[in-house]
Design a protein around this ligand. Structure first.
Ligand code: HEC
Length: 176
């Protein structure tokens, strides 16, 4: 046993040396992200419509997407299921209040943005942009905000008036 010890110490010293020289070669900050990779992350859609992709969809088209990919959790009419929020119905001023995307959210763009990046939770970002337009139109239709054949696209989406849209105070420009 005793005779092995110096060898082990020597091996450790060699390993240490190898690590130190690799660290000197580069700061190891990773590789630059490519344009294509960046597009998968650059998903912000603002209320003015900036960031909305090409494509379009109607609630009539979105019904199939919704029933296949959303209804099991959010309910056939967007009424929610235990542990999963309702998407339509309700009111923020009822007692008790039920705040849904349809009744409470001030901007339709948030539905598009959120669904595109986060839903369905087991396969986020799996919907095509067209499917996101279609299913967003369907969620809006569940709360009677748009008609079944209203074409949602990058021009029309920012014009959609949400029922609770006027009841927020915009403090984004307030200087601290
Ligand atoms: C496996 C169940 C499941 C599926 C399928 C699913 N969702 Fe969700 N969804 C959730 C849960 C859970 C939340 C709440 C997440 C949180 O608050 O962090 C949520 C939140 C949401 C919200 C935000 C609601 C709020 O008031 O905060 C929207 C909008 C939404 N989902 C739309 C969709 C759409 C559209 C689909 C189909 C493409 C879908 N979801 C599929 C479980 C699901």
């Amino acid at each position: 046993m005793f005779t092995h010890k110096p060898t082990a110490v020597l091996m450790f010293a060699v390993l240490l040396g190898a690590c130190a020289s690799a660290a000197e070669d580069s700061p190891r900050l990773g590789t630059p992200i490519t344009e294509a990779q960046l597009q998968g992350w650059d998903l912000i859609v603002a209320p003015d419509g900036s960031g909305l992709p090409a494509g379009s969809g109607t609630a009539a088209q979105g019904q199939a997407v919704y029933e296949q990919k959303c209804a099991a959790c959010h309910g056939m009419q967007g009424e929610g299921t235990p542990g999963v929020p309702a998407l339509a119905g309700g009111s923020p001023i009822a007692t008790p209040p039920l705040m849904t995307a349809g009744s409470y959210w001030p901007h339709a763009s948030t539905i598009f943005d959120y669904v595109r990046r986060a839903m369905p939770p087991l396969a986020p970002k799996s919907l095509t942009d067209t499917e996101v337009y279609q299913v967003t139109a369907y969620v809006l239709h569940l709360h009677n905000i748009v008609e079944r054949d209203f074409v949602l696209d990058r021009d029309s989406l920012p014009t959609v008036q949400m029922p609770n849209g006027g009841n927020f105070i915009d403090r984004s420009q307030v200087q601290r």
